[in-house]
Design a protein around this ligand. Structure first.
Ligand code: GAP
Length: 425
C-alpha cells in the first residue's frame, strides 16, 4: 500500500479533505496498469475470439431492471449492530466479538440491500428512483435481443462488458479488495440448455489460464466450487478463482452457471421475447448462461501483490515488481545517461521511435543506477540508455528488469528487439 501511494499507483480519494472511506483514485501509474488489466481481459475475451462481442451499457438504471433480476429482493447482506458501540458489521463475516469494542452483544441480523439508490431528474419522488448498477451483467441481459438482431451471432456466443459497478458494502476493507465503487470485467455466454455444464467447465479452465499466462504464480491461485449455501440467488453452480492474499485465500472471480434465470425473468417482466429461434431446425429455446465475472480493480491488486519482490543487486537491496510486460504501467524507460544537452536529440529520437508501440517514460533525473532502481520498483521491464558512445555508433543499451542483464542494440534494430522480447514480433 505504501509503494502504491509513494509511486502513484493508488491514492486515497479526497485525501486533502481527510479522505472518503472506501474510495480510491488511480494515479499516473495505477491508471496505466488498470487499463492494461482491462485490455488484457478484453483481448483474450473479445479480440482473440469470434464468438464474443462487446457492450458498454448505462450505469444508471430503472427499478424495473432490478425488480426483475431479483436484486431488489435478494441482493442483501445480513447486518448486525453492536449494542455497545453501535458499529455495524456483516453478520456472515463476523467470527468473534465486536472488532471495535470487544462486546458480544449484537442486535438480530437484518437484511441490508447493497444497491445505491438515487433520483434521476429534479424531482425526488418514487417515480424518479434510479439505481447505480451493482453488476454490469444486467446490461447484457436487457440487450440480449438487440445484440442477437444486430450481430447475427447464435448460441454459443457471449457478450462482454468492462465498467464500473457500485455496492453499498457494509464493511469495505483490505485496500481496493472490497470497495463501494469498483470495476468489473464480465461476460455472459449464451448456450443451448443441454450444453451448459460443458461450457461451465470450459470457462473455468479458460479464466484460470488467463491469470497464469499473465504471470500469476500457480501456488497462489486455486479454483474453489461454491457449497449450496453460498450460491447467489441466480446460480445453479459457481466456482471461484481464488488468490492467496496476505489474509488468506479470497475471491478474484466467480464463474457461474446462471441457467436461463435472467432471460426468463426479464422476458416475463418486460414482455420482450428473449429467446433464440434457429431458422435451420425450427427450434426455439431460452439460452442458458455461463458467466465469468471478475473484478478489474481487485485483480490489479492481486497482480501487484504477486509481482512484489525484494532481492539484492550488486550487494544492494532492491524492490522490484516482476509484472508481466502487458500489465506494467510503463513497458520501456528511455534514459539519457546524463543531463548533458548533447544526448537529448538522440534520446528523444529513440523515445519517438518506441512511443507508438510501447507505453514509455522518459527520465533524466539522478544517476543511472538510481533510475534503474526506480524503474525496477514500478515494474518497468526494459530500460533503454542513450550514452555518449551512442552518438558515435548509433547503438543503445537495453537493460532487463529481472536479470539486470545489459546488451548493446543498434537503434535500427531496437524496435524489433523489444517487440521480440514482448512476444509481439
Ligand atoms: N455478475 C456477477 C457478479 O457480479 P460477484 O461475485 O458479486 O458476481 C464479481 O462479483 C467480481 O467483482 C468479484 O469476484 C470481485 O472480483 C468483484 N467485486 C465484487 N464486489 C466487489 C467490491 N465490493 N469491491 C471490489 N471488487 C468487487
Amino acid at each position: 500500500m505504501s509503494l502504491c501511494k509513494r509511486r502513484g499507483f493508488i491514492f486515497q480519494s479526497a485525501e486533502i479533505y481527510g479522505g472518503f472511506r472506501s474510495t480510491y483514485d488511480y494515479g499516473p501509474l495505477g491508471v496505466n496498469m488498470l487499463r492494461n488489466v482491462k485490455d488484457a481481459w478484453w483481448r483474450s475475451t473479445v479480440q482473440l475470439r469470434d464468438d464474443v462481442v462487446g457492450l458498454d451499457a448505462a450505469i444508471l438504471s430503472p427499478p424495473a431492471v432490478w425488480e426483475a433480476s431479483g436484486h431488489l429482493a435478494n441482493f442483501t447482506d445480513p447486518l448486525v449492530d453492536c449494542r455497545s458501540c453501535h458499529s455495524r458489521w456483516r453478520a456472515d463475516k463476523l467470527t468473534g466479538p465486536c472488532p471495535t469494542c470487544g462486546s458480544t452483544d449484537f442486535t438480530e441480523a437484518r437484511e441490508f440491500n447493497l444497491m445505491f439508490k438515487t433520483h434521476a431528474g429534479p424531482v425526488e419522488d418514487e417515480g424518479a428512483v434510479a439505481y447505480l448498477r451493482p453488476e454490469t451483467a444486467q446490461g447484457m441481459f436487457i440487450n440480449f435481443a438487440n445484440v442477437l438482431q444486430t450481430t447475427r451471432k447464435r448460441p454459443p456466443f457471449g457478450i462482454a462488458q468492462v465498467g464500473k459497478s457500485f455496492r453499498n458494502e457494509i464493511t469495505p476493507q483490505n485496500f481496493v479488495f472490497r470497495t463501494r465503487e469498483f470495476e468489473q470485467m464480465e461476460m455472459e455466454f449464451f448456450v443451448p440448455p443441454g450444453e451448459s455444464s460443458t461450457w461451465h467447465e470450459y470457462w473455468i479452465g479458460e479464466r484460470y489460464r488467463w491469470y497464469v499466462e499473465l504471470g500469476m504464480p500457480e501456488d497462489r491461485l486455486r479454483v474453489r466450487p461454491h457449497g449450496p449455501e453460498e450460491l447467489s440467488h441466480y446460480s445453479s453452480a459457481t466456482s471461484d478463482v481464488e488468490f492467496l492474499f496476505p489474509w488468506g485465500w479470497d475471491e478474484l472471480e466467480g464463474i457461474a452457471n446462471r441457467t436461463d434465470y435472467d432471460l426468463r425473468q426479464h422476458a416475463a417482466a418486460s414482455g420482450a421475447r428473449l429467446e433464440y429461434f434457429d431458422q435451420g431446425t425450427g427450434e426455439r429455446y431460452v439460452p442458458h448462461v455461463i458467466e465469468p465475472a471478475a473484478g478489474a480493480t481487485r485483480t490489479m491488486m492481486a497482480f501487484l501483490l504477486a509481482a512484489y519482490d525484494e532481492d539484492e543487486v550488486g550487494g544492494e537491496a532492491r524492490t522490484v515488481l516482476r509484472l508481466h510486460h502487458r500489465l506494467a504501467p510503463y513497458q520501456v524507460a528511455v534514459l539519457p545517461l546524463s543531463k548533458k544537452e548533447t544526448l537529448e536529440p538522440m534520446a528523444r529520437e529513440v523515445l519517438g521511435l518506441l512511443q507508438p508501440h510501447f507505453m514509455c517514460d522518459y527520465d533524466t533525473t539522478q544517476s543511472i543506477g538510481r533510475r534503474y532502481r526506480r524503474f525496477d520498483e514500478i515494474g518497468t521491464p526494459w530500460c533503454v540508455t542513450v550514452d555518449f558512445q551512442s552518438l558515435e555508433d548509433r547503438a543503445v543499451t537495453v537493460r532487463d528488469r529481472d536479470s539486470t542483464e545489459q546488451v548493446r542494440v543498434p537503434v535500427d534494430g531496437l524496435l524489433a528487439e523489444l517487440r521480440s522480447r514482448a512476444g509481439t514480433a
